[in-house]
Structures are given as structure tokens and as C-alpha cells.
Design a protein around this ligand. Structure first.
Ligand code: AHR
Length: 695
């Protein structure tokens, strides 16, 4: 009988009138997100005992059944409210029976030199190709500057450079020039130079000349008007390579990215330049540090770790192009730079120490990935003696990061300006080694494992592919998914083996939308995150990838990246905001939360913080209709009436943010009133929600 009445009830919900009623109600409940909380509170009281359109429903449905028997009609009238109640979407939360501890390191960061993430991105250097012509084009971002009747030629000179690591330079040969008509060279930056009023920029370059005492004038110049935003002159160049510093200060210049950097001389001479550099103010004022706006966005994600230095960037296409950390430390002039697998050369300004300082600035821990003898063009080092030097490199790298300044590599770090060691608990051996068709990873991992554990027994060692010869502490699994997959596989880890290694979801993303993900991706990401949260006894860390993209033409090598930017500004995608929501509302224990009768694409996870007596209920409604949910908080003595609901939603799944419209989809916070341990709430269509309750 119950089954029968449920079926009938379902049929009536399909009657257009009834659907109209439900839709009208949804529209009324959801007229304006800002006013949502107040309207909700009133409606909730009214609807507490009458979910859906219970009072109006019989009147609407009676005409179609008029010819049926009185008996049957009576049955419907009496049975309908009960069946609707029985089918109401519900969420049952059992507060007092936690099922798992939430990993304290669950959410973190992962990126690499891709999409101009560091050069032209986070690393605040403004001069592009500062090490001169290492790309396929001799002088890609350097062009001549000749005023009046001046005459200049520029070229890449492979015969002279400031160091063994940088053996070439930019040769500027001026054969005619005056004070009024100087000549030299200009750099176009990473799609422009950001000029802001009353701002101090710190610059430097290496130079030598054939005319002792030659001055060089450095200016920030507007591309369209030629207006000079800031200028200064460095004097006394000599015939020897030397390092010069300079400062540019803007006055009331308009904010603009349409600028270039110009270096000129006022008389005929030849000058050689290298490592021409200019930095705007940086995060925490760290010299040669990171962009403030992007660091602030990362800090807002409340990450717990940074997986560094990559990804494919760790491995390189070829063994000779791997991330050789020893070539990324010390003065820039001793860093030879190297090709990244993402089709441009890395300046290595973001070297190992800068990565670690980036962690320090965000107060997070590094997850250090060490090169493990495999590069992407199927090049590998056989386990055994040939691998030993690579393992030694990894041991040295760990020493550089963690040992005190009396050790060999700790002393090197102190010499580089950071005497204090960095914390380190996780070391990852390689990246995606299941790509290695030679099958050598098992042996390579085992060899690294033995050597590292012998010296650093407390370190947790992460494998990048399943291993048979030893049991890895942690296994790194990667998931790049279409939304459909993130939704359908959101319970991926619910029944996973708890006796194997812990899991690090070191790269994952729903790849829909470019350059940055849209709301559909954010909904699917959130569904996937509920699964990771529920299983965070097993999943100790997770990091979305890639993190960053320069949205200028040619800036992106990988579609769907969390944060987009140009020279002036940055924005978070809907998926970014989903990450912020999840990471900032996280308890210390998982408690059971069970959904019923919701239909597809509705997801949940609940965590509690016993000390703070807070409950964080996440509800993802990826459906196009409002989700009216009866929520039951069981096992709590009381539930506070004042709750905070933060919602990320949009009109359509395609809604998105962009550099020109950065705040189309952003979280909105409301205070809502909760009647008690049992209450109802309607969640907006296409929404990610976090309900913060006190218990
Ligand atoms: O995140 C982009 C790339 O995807 C990473 O470099 C690699 O590890 C993965 O295949």
C-alpha cells in the first residue's frame, strides 16, 4: 500500500499544474539571494509541517481525478500528505558518532611552471626573458629603442656573459645618440608592465661597456602615449661585468598594464646587459618575492601544504631538463635556467629556496617531490648503481631544506640567506611514474625509500604509482575529470581499502571551462570534495591542479586552472571559491550524514569540531531546481538557533568568472535561524552550501 501511494504521489508531482506550483514556489523562495535568509526564515516556519505545496496540492490535483471513484479520491486526499512527507528529501546527521578523524593536512596547493604560473605569474619579476635569448628566438622580448636620429643594433651575444651559468648576453651597439635622442633597448614584460601610482619598484641588471663611465637610463614608459611613469639613471658602467641596482618610483601615474621598460644610453657605445630585472612590491615585502594579489588568494584557501616543484616540471621532457634543484639556488647569476616541459624556459627565479619561502610566507609545509630517475620522453635510469647519484641529490635536497646550518647543505641554505631549517614531513618520489613503460619504478622507488628512510626515518614517503616490493607510506593518485565523472565518482573512496597506503590526491580537477573552470566544474569539484572529506581518514592530503594561469593570449598550456590573472589583476574561478569554502569550513572529525529522496546530483559531507562545538554541513545541489531538505541533527543536546549559511551559486552551470568579470560567482554569507535539531532548508539551484551550526 505504501509503495502504491508513493507511486501515485510521484505521478502527481509530474502533473504540469503541480510542477507549476512547485516552480512558482521555488521562484518566490529564491527571488534575490541577498534577501534569501529573511524570506527563508519566514517560509520555513510556515512550511515546517507542510513541505511542498501540501495545503494547495489537493485543490490542484482534484480536477484530473474527478471521474474516479469517491473511494479512490478519498484515499488520495488522505494518503497524499503522508506520502509526500515520506518522500521529502532529507538529510540525517548523527553528531555524536564520528566515523573518522579529518586529516589536519587535507587541503593544500599544487602547481608548477605551466601557464606562466611563476614567470609571468606568482613570481613577481616583471622583465621577461631576463637571462637573454634562451628561447628558440634569439631576442623574443627585447626590441630596439631609438629616439630622434639615434642608431642602434641589438643582438644576443653568445661570446660574453656575466658568469659560467649565463655565458650569453644582450649586446646593444649604439652608433649615434645624444642626451636628447638616446638609444637602447626595450622589454615588453609579461604582456605589459603593471604601473600603479606612488609605487616603488626595485630593479637591477648586470652590464659592461666599451666606454668607461657610461650612464644607463631606465624608464617605465606607456605603450600608447609614451608618457614616462618613472625613470632613473645608473652611472659608471665599466669594462667589467658588474651588478647594478636601481629604484623606480611612480608619481600619480594612472593604473595600467600597457607599459614597457626602456634602457637607453646618451652617446655612442656598446653595452652588454644580462639579468635585467624589475620587481613591484611583493607579499610580506620579501625581496624578489611573490605577487601580493595572488598570494592573498592562496592564503584565503587556508592551505596546509604546497606540493613542489611539480608535476611534469619536476621530471622534464628529458633527464637533462629535469628540475635540478642545485642549479636553482644561490645568486641568479649562478642559475643557468632550464626548459620547462610546458614549452617555455624557466628563469628559475622560483628556485628551491623561493619555493620553501613561499611555504613559509603562507605558514604551510612543503611536500617535497624529488626527481626519481624518470623523464617524460620515456627516459629512465635503471635502479642500481646508476641511480645512486640521483638518490644522493635527493638526500642533499632534504638536507638543504631541513638540516641545521652546521650541515653541508644547511650551511649552503644559510649562505643563501635562510639559516633556519624548514619543517618537512612528506617527500614524494617522482611524479606519475605509471607513465614509465620500462616498469622501473618499483625498483627505483624501493631504492629511494631505503636510502631516505635510513637517514630520515620519520619522513613519510609518497609513491606515484602502485609498488609491490615495499609498502609505500602514501600513494599519490591523480584525477582529471569531466563534470559527469566527478559527480558519478564522488563516492570513489567510500569503500576503499583501509589497509593499504594512505592516499594523497596530489592532482585533481573537474576540467570544464577555460582558462578557468565554470560553475558546473565547481559543483562537480564540490561533489568530489565531499567524498574526499568523508574519507579523510584515508585521504591525508589533496591538491587541485593546476593552480594558476596567465589569461593573456598564449599564456595557457593547460585548460582549466583555478586562478586567472594578467599583469594587473587576478581572480578566483567558481572552483577556487569552492576550495575556499571547503577548506575554511572544516571540522576535526567526520560525522555520518545521510541523504534520502534527493534525486541525482546532490551531495553532502559533515564534519564537527568538538572543541568549538561547531558542525559544518556541506550540501551540494547541482540540480536545476531548489532542494527543500528536511535536516535532522541527531545526537546533539541542543542546536544553536543562529546558523551561518554560505552559498556559492549561479543562474546556470555555465556561469563563470573572468578577468573582466571577476565576481559573477562568489560565495554569499547569510545568518539563518534554525528552529532546533529538526529543521528545513531550501538550497538554491546550482549551489554549493556550507551550513555552520553550533551544537
Ligand atoms: O597539472 C598538469 C600536469 O598534469 C602535471 O604536470 C602532471 O603531473 C599531470 O599529468
Amino acid at each position: 500500500m505504501v509503495q502504491r501511494s508513493l507511486t501515485v504521489c510521484l505521478r502527481f508531482r509530474a502533473i504540469p499544474h503541480v510542477r507549476g506550483c512547485l516552480a512558482t514556489r521555488a521562484a518566490r523562495i529564491w527571488p534575490d539571494r541577498q534577501k534569501y535568509a529573511g524570506i527563508r526564515a519566514t517560509k520555513l516556519l510556515a512550511r515546517k509541517r507542510y513541505p511542498y505545496c501540501q495545503r494547495r496540492l489537493p485543490a490542484i490535483i482534484l480536477p484530473p481525478v474527478r471521474k474516479r471513484s469517491i473511494k479512490f479520491t478519498l484515499f488520495l486526499v488522505l494518503a497524499l500528505p503522508a506520502c509526500v512527507l515520506a518522500q521529502a528529501p532529507s538529510l540525517a546527521i548523527q553528531v555524536d558518532k564520528p566515523t573518522a578523524k579529518v586529516s589536519p593536512t587535507l587541503y593544500g596547493l599544487m602547481t608548477e611552471e605551466i601557464n606562466f604560473s611563476y614567470d609571468g605569474g606568482l613570481y613577481a619579476e616583471l622583465v621577461r626573458d631576463r637571462t637573454i635569448g634562451q628561447g628558440w628566438q634569439a631576442l623574443a622580448h627585447w626590441t630596439m629603442e631609438a629616439r630622434g636620429n639615434s642608431v642602434v643594433g641589438i643582438s644576443a651575444d653568445a661570446q660574453t656573459g656575466p658568469s659560467a651559468a649565463l655565458p650569453r648576453s644582450l649586446k646593444v651597439s649604439v652608433t649615434a645618440a645624444t642626451e636628447a635622442a638616446p638609444a637602447g633597448v626595450q622589454n615588453d614584460g609579461y604582456w605589459g608592465f603593471p604601473v600603479r601610482p606612488l609605487t616603488v619598484y626595485n630593479g637591477s641588471f648586470y652590464a659592461k661597456t666599451d666606454r668607461d663611465g657610461l650612464p644607463v637610463t631606465v624608464s617605465l614608459v606607456n605603450d600608447r602615449t609614451g608618457a614616462i611613469a618613472a625613470s632613473t639613471t645608473v652611472t659608471g658602467l665599466t669594462g667589467q661585468w658588474k651588478h647594478y641596482t636601481y629604484v623606480l618610483k611612480t608619481a600619480q601615474a594612472p593604473v595600467s598594464a600597457d607599459n614597457h621598460l626602456v634602457l637607453t644610453i646618451p652617446r655612442p657605445a656598446t653595452v652588454w646587459f644580462d639579468l635585467v630585472s624589475l620587481f613591484p612590491p611583493t607579499y610580506h615585502d620579501r625581496p624578489y618575492g611573490n605577487r601580493i594579489d595572488i598570494m592573498e588568494k592562496l592564503a584565503a584557501m587556508h592551505p596546509k601544504f604546497l606540493r613542489l616543484p611539480g608535476g611534469n616540471y619536476l621530471e622534464g621532457d628529458h633527464i637533462s631538463e629535469r628540475f635540478e634543484w642545485k642549479k636553482t639556488i644561490g645568486p641568479w647569476v649562478d642559475r643557468p635556467t632550464h626548459p620547462s616541459p610546458w614549452h617555455y624556459r624557466s628563469s628559475d627565479g622560483m628556485g628551491l629556496l623561493e619555493f620553501l619561502e613561499w611555504c613559509e610566507d603562507l605558514r604551510i609545509e612543503p611536500v617535497l617531490a624529488v626527481y626519481a630517475g624518470y623523464s617524460m620522453m620515456q627516459e629512465h635510469i635503471e635502479p642500481g648503481p646508476a641511480l645512486e647519484p640521483y638518490i644522493q641529490d635527493a638526500l642533499d635536497e632534504i638536507e638543504y631544506a631541513t638540516a641545521d646550518a652546521n650541515s653541508k647543505w644547511g650551511a649552503e641554505r644559510a649562505k643563501d640567506g635562510h639559516p633556519a631549517p624548514f619543517p618537512l614531513h612528506y617527500v614524494e618520489i617522482g611524479n606519475e611514474d605509471w607513465f614509465d613503460r620500462s616498469g622501473s619504478y618499483d625498483g627505483r622507488y624501493a631504492q629511494y625509500y631505503k636510502a631516505i628512510k635510513q637517514r630520515y626515518p620519520d619522513l613519510q614517503l609518497i609513491a606515484t604509482a602502485p609498488i609491490k616490493s615495499v609498502k609505500p607510506d602514501v600513494l599519490d593518485e591523480h584525477f582529471y575529470m569531466a563534470a559527469e565523472k566527478s559527480f558519478s565518482d564522488a563516492n570513489h573512496y567510500d569503500t576503499a581499502d583501509r589497509n593499504g597506503p594512505k592516499i594523497f590526491v596530489g592532482e585533481w580537477a573537474t576540467r570544464e571551462g577555460e582558462p578557468t573552470p565554470n560553475l558546473q566544474a565547481a559543483l562537480a569539484d564540490s561533489a568530489w570534495m565531499t567524498g574526499m572529506e568523508r574519507n579523510s581518514d584515508l585521504i591525508i592530503m589533496a591538491s587541485y591542479a593546476p593552480l594558476l594561469v596567465n589569461v593573456n593570449p598564449g599564456g595557457m598550456q593547460w585548460e582549466t586552472d583555478l586562478i586567472g590573472y594578467d599583469a594587473l589583476a587576478s581572480y578566483g574561478s567558481p572552483s577556487y571559491w569552492a576550495q575556499v569554502l571547503f577548506a575554511t569550513h572544516l571540522g576535526t572529525e567526520v560525522v555520518p550524514s545521510t541523504l534520502a529522496n534527493t534525486g541525482p546530483r546532490v551531495y553532502t559531507s559533515t564534519t564537527r569540531d568538538e572543541k568549538r562545538r561547531k558542525l559544518f554541513v556541506k550540501v551540494v545541489n547541482a540540480q536545476s531546481n531548489t532542494l527543500a531538505l528536511s535536516i535532522g541533527i541527531n545526537g546533539a543536546r541542543t542546536v544553536g538557533h543562529d546558523a551561518i549559511l554560505t552559498t556559492l551559486s549561479g543562474e546556470t552551470p555555465n556561469a563563470t568568472n573572468s578577468i573582466t568579470n571577476p565576481r559573477e560567482v562568489v560565495p554569499v554569507e547569510h545568518h539563518i535561524s534554525v528552529a532546533g535539531p529538526k529543521f528545513e532548508h531550501s538550497f538554491a539551484p546550482y549551489s554549493v552550501n556550507v551550513l555552520e551550526l553550533s551544537y
